[in-house]
Design a protein. Structure first.
Length: 368
């Protein structure tokens, strides 16, 4: 008796209820066109900044879904360097971050290139450059040779959520997946992004990193759907917000008889929400662009420029003299002079909060 969807004959002949997804699919396609049109009207610099922000969020949030926290500024700097984007305050990354970034950029910036076994193995090796996932040695750069279970709970009392396809069948299953990914042109790329994500997760071909690669594959097909390597929204950011439902739907549909309507509905809704989220991102980017345009003639040193950009990009915590000094690698006296200078220019102001250390924020004229 079939337990999982893959136990059924011709299990990849997925079906869905067209009347359940057509309206949602149309809304997503309409939003895609609207966002692209808006971005083209805003000009090159805003598009470039939005792409940098969206790609950074995708890399950071896709890793966070798996419980791994990457440094936002290191990821952003790595992407900026690789795309040739001139931005202030680039910071060095590390081997792991560079690998994660390389995978995402290969998927989105070279989205027209065929997806091959060799390319997938390269992505996997880039995700785990040391051959370890946390403290554990894993098989890297090839399909797993052992069984795979998705479990939760304390050791000795684990709950099995999913048992993936046995390793002796992986090569044939992945050959079928890659052939469909590259050669089947019957499905719209947006729907194909949803199907590819689910199909890859069900196969679970690697020891680790399957979720991140599945999301990269979705991003690759979404880039094809727009015929563009410019990214204006972050699907992974939205998946992180809806993570509980993401896993619930995957777990439910893995037991289906081939009907994946519920997965497609969730994916399209998540994608629609991700596109709505980009409106907030674009607003912040426009505020940043307008600020620098209005202060084109204002004397602002590199330390100040770095910190102002960090405030626009989402500074964590309270801005204080000590943080300014640490980030800009300057003395406390220099940091205080920089801050007082920006207060005099109306760019910063001291908050009314009490405490031992003064806190600062944008002045009223800076973010209108």
């Amino acid at each position: 008796m079939a337990k999982y969807i893959y136990d059924r004959k011709n299990w990849t002949d997925f079906s869905w209820q067209e009347n359940s997804i057509n309206t949602l699919f149309g809304e997503v396609r309409l939003l895609q066109g609207k966002i692209i049109g808006q971005m083209n009207a805003l000009g090159f610099s805003v598009k470039e900044e939005t792409t940098l922000t969206s790609l950074t969020m995708d890399v950071v949030k896709s890793s966070e879904i798996e419980g791994e926290v990457l440094n936002f500024n290191q990821v952003r700097s790595s992407i900026a360097r690789r795309l040739g984007i001139n931005t202030v305050g680039l910071v060095p990354g590390n081997r792991h971050i560079e690998g994660v970034v390389e995978m995402m950029l290969d998927a989105t910036q070279r989205h027209t290139q065929p997806l091959t076994e060799k390319r997938l193995f390269g992505w996997h090796a880039a995700l785990f450059p040391t051959g370890y996932s946390g403290p554990y040695v894993i098989e890297v750069g090839h399909y797993r040779t052992g069984d795979m279970q998705i479990v939760s709970g304390p050791m000795g009392n684990e709950k099995v959520h999913y048992e993936a396809i046995e390793p002796q069948f992986l090569k044939a299953e992945m050959d079928s997946f890659l052939d469909w990914f590259n050669n089947d042109h019957t499905l719209d790329f947006v729907l194909k992004a949803a199907v590819a994500h689910f199909w890859f997760i069900i196969i679970h071909p690697f020891d680790d990193g399957n979720g991140r690669i599945a999301r990269a594959l979705s991003d690759m097909l979404l880039a094809r759907s727009e015929n563009s390597n410019e990214r204006f929204y972050s699907m992974s950011s939205r998946i992180l917000i809806e993570r509980k439902k993401y896993y619930e739907v995957l777990q439910k549909v893995q037991f289906s008889k081939g009907d994946i309507t519920e997965w497609l509905e969730w994916f399209l809704n998540c994608l629609k929400n991700a596109m709505h989220d980009t409106e907030d991102t674009t607003k912040k980017i426009l505020q940043k662009a307008e600020f620098w345009n209005s202060h084109e003639q204002t004397t602002i040193n590199e330390r100040q420029r770095l910190m102002i950009n960090k405030l626009f990009d989402g500074f964590e915590g309270k801005l204080q003299t000590s943080k300014w000094a640490k980030i800009t690698k300057s003395s406390a006296d220099t940091a205080l002079r920089d801050i007082k200078d920006l207060i005099q220019k109306g760019i910063l102001r001291q908050t009314s909060e009490g405490g031992r250390s003064a806190n600062y924020e944008f002045g009223t004229d800076s973010r209108d």
